[in-house]
Design a protein around this ligand. Structure first.
Ligand code: AMP
Ligand code: P6P
Length: 339
């Protein structure tokens, strides 16, 4: 049983010039995860569920736990002194650690500190999603907005923590996807899922079908394809949708499936944010042998223009994503943002 710390150090040693800064940064994320996990596990007993009554820049009412998680991750990252700035779903703008220490750090972190948090009120799994980039602005200076607006292909690390029946931290540095499950009696993460890889085929589709009438025709055609009876292709597929991105993607990576949050008539760019939801998930999905697009182009190739920009999101088994991409090309080419 190898612990997360042992695994990370082992991987650091495979990079002779490594100073340990990235290892320390991953340690800060692990620490914050434990603090958040402790609160989530007693959510019904302490005043941490429900909303703050305050709206974030997304126009969404912030959950009390959103702000708690955001504060804990920011505090842990700043205290560890490996990050020059953070961009978070819960902050309107990027947070720059403009100190001597902060300005000399080479990484920025983008995160959704607690995704799907409204599920917590009903004891359904929620997640933290994070992404780490090397800064492009010069060391010794404060981080700039450009450090955060890099394409997802530049990510050094992407990961999520799923607070569910167990607490599991899953991450990639570009050499496969690896999962570590927390032993609550010790508070230690142990390697439990090495080299997570999509099965060759998938038969689960994850989408909020309540929005069906507002979907692009290509998505409607794909949903009907999923529901047709066809023995050789194991259809009808199974519909599974938790309403929390990390658990939905995690299940599909392990069992095979596709997650879709498309554009709708009322939300032409969909709901999910490129920088701290879609890019990290896309890096993980590709590293697990899958595919992630906006229906037309690779998510990791999209050049970001703003911190909270949204994109349509299709991710999962490569063959399943390509099936829906073919229908988007045939029936919804007008939705292609590159046109
Ligand atoms: P560092 O000097 O610690 O910032 O590491 C320099 C580079 O080495 C990082 O940006 C990664 O590309 C790689 N590296 C360092 N530590 C690790 C690790 N624990 N796991 C994977 N890659 C690492
Ligand atoms: P809807 C949670 O708010 C989230 O960002 C994802 O975690 C989840 O997949 C999606 O939105 C759920 O959105 O519109 O189906 O409730």
């Amino acid at each position: 049983m190898i612990t997360l710390d042992e695994y990370v150090i082992k991987k650091q040693n495979e990079h002779p010039g490594a100073t340990g800064e990235l290892t320390a940064l991953l340690g800060a994320i692990k620490l914050a995860t434990k603090v958040v996990n402790r609160e989530i596990n007693k959510a019904g007993l302490v005043d941490i569920i429900g909303t703050t009554g305050v709206e974030n820049i997304q126009g969404e009412v912030q959950q009390k736990m959103d702000l708690f998680a955001n504060d804990k991750f920011k505090a842990a990252l700043e205290a560890r002194g490996q990050v020059c700035g953070i961009a978070s779903e819960e902050d309107d703008e990027e947070v720059i650690f403009n100190t001597k220490t902060g300005n000399n750090c080479k990484y920025v972190v983008l995160m959704d500190p607690l995704d799907g948090s409204s599920n917590m009120d009903v004891n359904v799994s929620v997640g933290t999603i994070f992404s780490i980039y090397r800064r492009i602005s010069p060391l010794g200076q404060p981080a700039t907005l450009e450090d955060f607006l890099q394409p997802g292909s530049e990510q050094v690390v992407a990961g999520y923590v799923m607070y569910g029946s167990s607490t599991i931290l899953v991450y990639t540095t570009g050499n496969g996807v690896h999962g570590f499950t927390c032993d609550p009696s010790l508070g230690v993460f142990y390697l439990s899922h090495e080299n997570i890889t999509f099965p060759d085929n998938g038969s689960i589709y994850s989408i909020n079908e309540g929005n069906y009438l507002k979907f692009p025709l290509g998505v409607k055609k794909y949903l009907k394809y999923c529901q047709e009876i066809d023995e050789p292709t194991k259809r009808p597929y199974t519909s599974r949708y938790i309403g929390s991105l990390a658990p939905d993607v995690h299940r599909n990576m392990l069992k095979g499936g596709i997650y879709i949050y498309p554009s709708t008539a009322s939300a032409p760019n969909g709901k999910l944010r490129l920088l701290y939801e879609c890019n990290p998930m896309a890096f993980l999905v590709e590293q697990a042998g899958g595919k992630a697009t906006d229906g037309f182009q690779r998510i990791l190739d999209i050049e970001p223009t703003e911190i909270h920009q949204r994109v349509p999101f299709f991710c999962g088994n490569t063959n399943m994503v390509e099936d829906v991409e073919a229908m988007m090309a045939e029936f919804s080419a007008d939705c292609d943002s590159r046109k």
